[in-house]
Design a protein around this ligand. Structure first.
Ligand code: FES
Length: 154
């Protein structure tokens, strides 16, 4: 092969390599731009929501799993307690016979008011604001922590 042919082949190879690098870069940048239009967003569930009408709930403590709350009904009064353990976030169980919430993960026990009786939990279970909407349904606002004594009377 002559020197001239070798140079020609080298030039063609470098030419293709240049085009390959340029198109690869443009392709990568284009993909990044399109990806930028669709960001990874986690839509958190709303912290305020309706949970049904008072008559939908029986006397006592009802666990509402999809909201991680306990609805406590005593006669015509209603309250809502968080069902997320303040230690590491497990779901305590309501033990009717003992009148306590027991966390199955590390043994924290909360009394009927949500106060820590024993275990590693650092703070009580919070009570959430509960009101009644104009349509008669119960409305929970987890952004508003209320005291145990606040209750909704229907
Ligand atoms: S998560 Fe409840 S005691 Fe640890």
């Amino acid at each position: 092969m002559k020197e001239k042919d070798i140079n020609h082949v080298r030039r063609k190879f470098l030419n293709y390599l240049g085009w390959f690098a340029t198109l690869g870069t443009l392709g990568g940048v284009s993909i990044a731009h399109v990806r930028y239009l669709f960001p990874n967003i986690l839509y958190e569930p709303s912290k305020s929501y309706k949970i049904g009408k008072p008559q939908d709930y029986l006397e006592g403590v009802t666990f509402i799993a999809d909201k991680s709350i306990f609805l406590v009904r005593r006669g015509e009064t209603f309250k809502v307690l968080s069902a997320v353990c303040t230690h590491l976030g497990c779901t305590p169980n309501w033990i009717e016979e003992k009148g306590v919430y027991e966390c199955p993960c590390h043994g924290s026990i909360f009394n009927g008011k949500g106060v820590v009786v024993s275990g590693p939990a650092p703070s009580p279970l919070p009570w959430y604001d509960l009101t009644r909407g104009t349509d008669g349904r119960l409305f929970v606002d987890q952004r508003r922590i209320v005291s145990f004594s606040k209750e909704l009377i229907v």
